[in-house]
Design a protein. Structure first.
Length: 94
């Protein structure tokens, strides 16, 4: 039996940008969001204007946040662009 294969629209190792926050889902193993940390990131982003990407892998058409859930939360609240690096799904998650 053949399985339908949908080619990913994201290339491994490439950094993308988006304002579509609905693309992202939290990884089950991520820490809970710490509001104090998010607020400190917001202050830092507003003051320094230096952003770093989050790291995601693609699964079932969604981008799973592997690293950067606090940065993502801060940038979403600011309604700023999200830069994200796409990596292969880590073996620890398979």
């Amino acid at each position: 039996m053949l399985t339908n294969f949908t080619k990913s629209k994201y290339e491994i190792g490439k950094v993308y940008q988006t304002y579509d926050y609905d693309l992202f889902e939290s990884h089950a193993g991520n820490r809970q969001i710490n509001e104090t940390h998010v607020n400190k990131l917001i202050e830092s982003f507003q003051k320094e204007r230096i952003l770093s990407h989050i790291t995601v892998y693609e699964e079932n058409g969604k981008l799973i946040v592997w690293d950067g859930q606090h940065r993502l939360a801060a940038l979403m609240r600011l309604q700023w662009v999200i830069y994200f690096l796409v990596v292969e799904k880590p073996k620890a998650v398979s």
